[in-house]
Structures are given as C-alpha cells and as structure tokens.
Design a protein around this ligand. Sequence first.
Ligand code: ZN
Ligand code: MN
Length: 267
Amino acid sequence: MISDTVFAAELAWPDYQRRVQGGAVPILIPLGSMEQHGHHMPMHVDVLLPTEFARRAASEIGALVAPPFTYGYKSQQKSGGGNFFPGTTSLDGVSLINALKDVVKEFARHGIRNICIVNGHFENSWFIVEGIDLALRELKWSGINDVKVVVLSYWDFVDQASIEKIYPDGFLGWDIEHGGVLETSLMLLLHPNLVSLQNAVEHAPATFPPYDVYPSKPEWTPASGTLSSPKEATAEKGEILLEVCTRGIVAALRKEFNFEGDVVAAE
Ligand code: ZN
Ligand code: MN
C-alpha cells in the first residue's frame, strides 16, 4: 500500500478520507477515449496523456488524481477521424454526462470541494460542461454550494512561442492534430514503447468542407485515421509540450483553488 501516491484509487479508504476531509485537497479527473490514433499509436492516447498531466500537476500542488474515464464521446470526423473505425469505442453523450455527473457528486459526498477535469479528447467538451452543470445543480438542491470545478484541455496551454518551435512550417489548428505531431511527440517522450513511428503514414493535412454530414463519409478522412502527418514528431517537441502545458495547468489550479495565499472570498 502506497500512502504518498497521488492516485486516489491506490489509497486505502481511511488514508483517502484523511487526505480529502476538510475539502482542501483537490481531485483531478482525467477524461479520455478509446479511439484509433493512426497506424503508429495505441487507442488510449487520449487517456494516457491527460493522466500524465494530471499526475504531474497533482504532485506539484498536493492534489489527488481520480481513475481516468477511459471511454469518451463519439469520435467526430473533423477532429478525431470519425466513429466508424474498428477499435474506436465510444459512449452516447447522455452516458458520458451521467457518468461524470455521478462521479462529481460522489467526490463531493466525500468532502472534496475543488475538482479539475483534465480533458484529453476534444469531443468530450460539451458533455463535460453538461455533466458538471447537472452535478452542481443537484448538489445545490442538497445544500452543497461550495463545489468548484475547473475544466481544461491540456493542449489549450500551448503558447505561441511553443507553437512556433513545434510547427516551424506553420500550424494548422488543433482540430486536425488528431494522431499528429502534438500527441505523437508527447507519446514519444512519455510512452516510447507504445509508439511505432516507422508505421506512421505520411499524408497531407486533412481538409474538410465547412459543414458535417451524418452518417459520416469515410472517404473524407485520410485512410490512416490521422488528420495530419506525425512524421515530424520528436521526443524533444514532446518535452516542450509537456513543460508548457504542465506549467500552465499548475498555475491555473493554484489560482482557481486559491493556493497562492489568497483569502477565499465568501460567496
Ligand atoms: Zn487523441
Ligand atoms: Mn480524441
């Protein structure tokens, strides 16, 4: 039994209770997906990356990390290739909303008052918002008014200076980064044994019309499943990304969870 771990589920319940009682210790919940990430990466990239950001941020600010959500909302063609690929295994929106709502309310029941959703899968975004909104509304009905939830996606912390270093030939936007340089560079740094760069398929960045069609048209997505080529990914770029995102997440949580000596304003 490890009592100094940041991973909540590794604790025995009395140790967990000691850590969370009083509500000062935040819990970080990584949210991912089981989704194809091209020929060169496994299908749990969106779980592994936010879990690692959460682990690093939690050890810096003295928080806990909840077990990650390993399934997410359906892969969308213009941000994740589409939900038609073998292997991609997704939840209905209502399932994700309800599961997240349940978990937020459970942590609140234990006494936790500061929660951070560390998202690693773009398509989860609005369902996270809804799950939290419903949880906070129901908690309020139970007389619990002091739960605060920070929602973030790690890639939003990449600043312009880092983008210029990582994409010297121009940056085409996070939506077509699926399985591209961002995720592959981080995986090369953090989980090199799970990446086979020699299997990566080089192709031009995906282009899509400014609308969606359902059912999806598989021919819109590059056959490899990635939306831009991962060939320029390196562990060194992963280092830049890991550093800038971890620093940004830690600063955001210190600020929002009043870890800078601020007096918590009565609300
Ligand atoms: Zn991904
Ligand atoms: Mn994804």
